[in-house]
Write a protein that binds this ligand. Structure first.
Ligand code: S3P
Length: 170
C-alpha cells in the first residue's frame, strides 16, 4: 500500500503527534500541513491569520492539497479546517486514504485548555466554541472519512495500533 495516509479531525485531537509517530514506524515521509505553512511563511498560524487573513491561509492549504493529489507514500497531518473545502477533500483522496481521528469536545478542551496557538479558539468560552465548530464540521469529517478511529478514550499507542491495523489491511 503506497497511498498517502491523511489524518483529519478537529484541533487538538492528536493528528500531529500520531502522524509523526506513524511516519517513523512506517518509514514514510511526514507532512504536517500547519508546520509546512508556518515554515514557508516564516510566521506562526496566529500571525498568518492576523496579518494575511484566514482566506490566505486557506489558499495555502488548498495549494498543498493539490500537491497531495499527485503524491504517494506520505503520512499527512492536516489542519483541522482543511476539510472545509470539497476540492481539498477530493485532492487528498486522489492521492490516498483519509482517517478521521474522532474526539469528544471535552477531550479536545482538556488537550487545548492552555493552548493559545489556535486563532479560531481565542475566546472566553473555549469549550463552547469547540462544541459549536465541532457540530458544524462533524458531518464533513464523517462524510469524508474512509476510516474513523475514536481517540477520545485512547492513548497515543492504542490509536497508532488501530491505524496500523487499517494500513496493513489495505
Ligand atoms: C484550524 C486548525 C489548525 C490550524 C488553524 C485552523 C481549523 O490546525 O490549521 O488554526 O480551522 O480547525 P490543527 O488542527 O492542527 O490545530
Amino acid at each position: 500500500m503506497d497511498k498517502n495516509v491523511a489524518l483529519v479531525g478537529f484541533m487538538g485531537s492528536g493528528k500531529s503527534t500520531i502522524g509523526r509517530r506513524l511516519s517513523m514506524i512506517l518509514k514514510r515521509e511526514f507532512i504536517d500541513t500547519d508546520n509546512f505553512i508556518v515554515n514557508r511563511e516564516g510566521m506562526s498560524i496566529n500571525e498568518i491569520f492576523a496579518v494575511k487573513g484566514e482566506p490566505y491561509f486557506r489558499s495555502l492549504e488548498a495549494e498543498l492539497c493539490r500537491r497531495f493529489a499527485n503524491s504517494k507514500n506520505k503520512i499527512i497531518a492536516t489542519g483541522g479546517g482543511m476539510i472545509k473545502s470539497a476540492d481539498n477533500i477530493e485532492n487528498i483522496k486522489k492521492g490516498g486514504i483519509i482517517i478521521y481521528l474522532k474526539c469528544s469536545p471535552e477531550k479536545i478542551y482538556s488537550n487545548l485548555k492552555y493552548d493559545s496557538s489556535r486563532p479560531l479558539l481565542k475566546t472566553d468560552d473555549k469549550l463552547g466554541k469547540i462544541k459549536e465548530l465541532l457540530a458544524e464540521r462533524l458531518p464533513v469529517y464523517e462524510g469524508c472519512a474512509d476510516y474513523t478511529i475514536d481517540v477520545s478514550n485512547s492513548n497515543i499507542d492504542e490509536s497508532i495500533k488501530k491505524i496500523l491495523n487499517i494500513v496493513n489491511s489495505i
